[in-house]
Design a protein around this ligand. Sequence first.
Ligand code: C5P
Length: 396
Amino acid sequence: MVLQGRKITVGITGGITAYKAAEIVSWLKASGAELQIAMTASACQLITPLTMKVLSGHPVATDIMDTSANWHAPHIDLADCELYLLLPATANIMAKAAHGIADEVVSASLLANHAPVFCAPAMNTYMYENPATQHNMAILQERGWQMIEPDSSGLSGSPIRKGQLADIDTIKQAIVGFFANASKLAGKKVIVSAGPTYEFIDSVSFIGTRGSGKMGYALAEAAAREGAEVVLVAGPVSLNDPPGITVKHVVSASEMQDAILDEYDDADIVIMSAAVADYRPAKVADHKLKKGPENQCLEVVLTPDILAGLGKQKGSRFLAGFAAETDNLEQYAQGKLKEKNLDLVLANNVLEDGAGFDVDTNIITAIYGDKIERFPKMSKKKAAKEIIDLIVKLLG
Ligand code: C5P
């Protein structure tokens, strides 16, 4: 899960072990990483760009001047990543990177890149040991590049010499370790509620709320990406269960409450993004009610206010709630912060264009303490990341 959604660029250069990049790329793809691949001309002679395209599920950049629809400007697009993995790295690419040469797509994207670089050198022993290569590697390490040390080989009786590409498992561990350490919620348990609730009138009809669950699902995924153990309690939605997350499907408000309370004891953070119905029918008929004047009035009672209940037994947990409003957004949200004993309220005006139900975007105002932070319109996925980053910040 730690690699889910992580943006990784893989630069492949012309070492004879270029074929091993195929195994790493398949594994990264299967682990949910979002990949971009760049290959030098010599790498393309050792393993085809088509192989890498099929394995990564993305077009492969081989030409800095590629202006096809796949790229805006390949070397700049490639630099938009969280980790740049250079695998295998030849003496040539390290020499070019050390001296700022940008004469093909891999070296140019390295020059444009500002994400951390993991570099797995692989070359002939004498090339590796050459003072020029050692000097270039020292320059790159000085600039923060992480070298995944090459392995040594040596026939019995002959000296052990370095140069062959590090073991595949060592490379995988380095990548996982990097993202695990970058995981800001490692060791934390996060409960996220999502979607609407349905409150049944009889065996067929219900009253309920609007809610696609998209915001809650995005929040669960964003928390999991930061290394948290996530339990997603979802009302009726038509979204696929995200991989690596425990999903508890519920229908009504009281089922949602039970599912959350079951997980609450050892929870560190709860984010209630569900659009819980405020009312339920006082009685649920066990058969379909007949249409007719005798059934025109529906007696309703309040559903449990789940979040307010959690606020009463908050302890040291961090509680965040949503406030879907149509007017006086900030005023109501501030009230909710106090009344429900919350650390954070995320308010949105559901009548505003690009916010609220069903759409893929949201316009959030975060209210905490006496602070108000207004976010512009953004995708629910981006908003989820902003919210998780804010929670991490508030947790100190
Ligand atoms: O008070 P109001 O319903 O506007 O508060 C909204 C927040 O409270 C949301 O986070 C929602 O998930 C939560 N809520 C709840 N139980 C309810 C109604 C809302 O936990 N019955």
